[in-house]
Design a protein around this ligand. Sequence first.
Ligand code: ADP
Ligand code: MG
Length: 590
Amino acid sequence: MHFGGIYEDEIVGKVYDRRLMRRFFGYVLPYKRLVLGCLVVLPFIAAARLVQPWILKVAIDGHIVKHQMHGLPALAGWFLFVIFAESLLNFAQVYILSYVGQKVMFDLRMELFAHIQRLSARFFDHTPVGSLVSRLTSDLEVLGEMFAAGIVTVVGDILVLAGIIGIMLWMNVQLSLVTFSVLPLLIWVAFNFRNRMRTSFRQVRARLANLSSFLTESIGGMMVVQLFSRQRAEAAEFRRLNESYREANLPVITWDAALYAVVESLSSIAVALIIWYGGGEIVHGTLTFGALVAFIQYIERFFSPIRDLSAKYSVMQGAMAALERIFGMLDQERESDAAGEQKETQLPALQSISFENVWFAYKSEDYVLKGINLDIKRGEKIALVGETGGGKTTVTRLLARLYEVNRGRIAINDRDIREFSLKALRSRIGVVLQDPYLFSGTLAYNICLGDEQARARMERAAAVVGADRFINQLPGRFDYEVRERGVNFSAGERQLISFARAVAFDPEILVLDEATASVDPASERLIEEGLQALMEGRTTLVVAHRLSTIRDADRIVVIHHGEKAEEGNHAELMAAQGLYYRLYQLQFKD
Ligand code: ADP
Ligand code: MG
């Protein structure tokens, strides 16, 4: 199972309904005028619904049973007018609410995306991409449904229900009481279903996110899956997740259907009661024929919003579960710059970089770096070498503050790097990642990432690192389209593009995680020249795998099991015959 065992249920915290709604309300507030407009229309829609049975009653009692034709056409006309008006108002209201819903979703989506951009590397370490994507897509979609289903119209439904109860009591108290004897049961059922549904909906959302996490990963790694013929195993895992999603949906469907059936049965019982008791009253002359028909009409109008209400309720529950997940994400702590803290937005001209007794762990007490001390003077070139897993990449990440040190500090000109804003720090540091990441878009975009100043330096940057040689062969040169993750380039070319990117941003400090990828000899020479050009005149911290880089370094630092094992230049370390000497024998000799 490649799906790291990270389950959504663990990420999402429990949020209390009312707080959830209040918070959500904050997003609707900017559109309060439109929502208020809808609320104003609601009483009219409710009135239209209440008037229709009454027109029927007047027609029957005032005209039909008396065999009087005249007046009927007018009543029929009124009936039509009322229905027509109701439909029109309904349309306006649904349209406006959906419009507001789309606006709110748009705003939330923007906020979520902006927030995700500021989450820490630590967060991304333990959250699958797919689960983040599902928040921005399917969870938000469910919120949209809530608007479309017309949650605000619940207010209208309640008006109608209250109106019906009032009119029925006014028409005939006894018959009303008999009819409404089914209500306590209805209320009991509704409350009982409520709690169960909520849990189920949470599960549905979480498992859908699991499904999309798996898909993102599996499709992303399709080449590996196919090369190692793992399709069956992948499909089996997918089946498991798919199955669990399907199973999570079953209770929701069951409760939904059951609630519908219960409401339907109760409404039939109410109608039966009217026929039985009301029929008797007609026989005794205490109820008119038209009143009975109106009663039946009213009771149908009474139960139909309740039936809708149960449907709306399930949409609402789904939306609640989605809101929990969305707000849960928004509550995730942002990358280190704590709110309210004043940070310096300018870095002074570089004099020195120092790691002072730096301890760091990715997971609680599992230290990856154990008391690293390192001094780098302006213009120096420091090479980090050592076995894989020793902690070299981690050192580079800490300098760029992708992670925060647990103990000790990293300082620039003797000032803790945490005193500066992330933006200030990173604008001075150019990091070339071990595994260069390319976006889909033009080559130019991949080099300058949309930055104007970088754009101006782009062509020269490419020439400096020697990337121009292959770029000039491409149709359209810098306008050449890069595919997702740069699949249409060789590893060496990708590396050169990432060098060009670093030069285009012209950083003072260069942090380089040299690629381990073995490239062909021609590319190797290209990269080597590119590297030299890249480091020219900059303070450099480089994780080195290439002998030339190491020999040129002012100092070599051997990182071993998270500690600085040796430090010195090539000749010194060779003479010491320690770790570096052995590493050299094994790795660099030829
Ligand atoms: P190197 O670059 O020297 O090969 P790294 O700095 O990448 O070593 O890794 C040092 C140790 O930290 C390794 O044991 C690795 O498993 C662990 N590690 C690296 N990145 C993470 C991460 N994001 N989460 C947890 N552990 C990590
Ligand atoms: Mg590494």
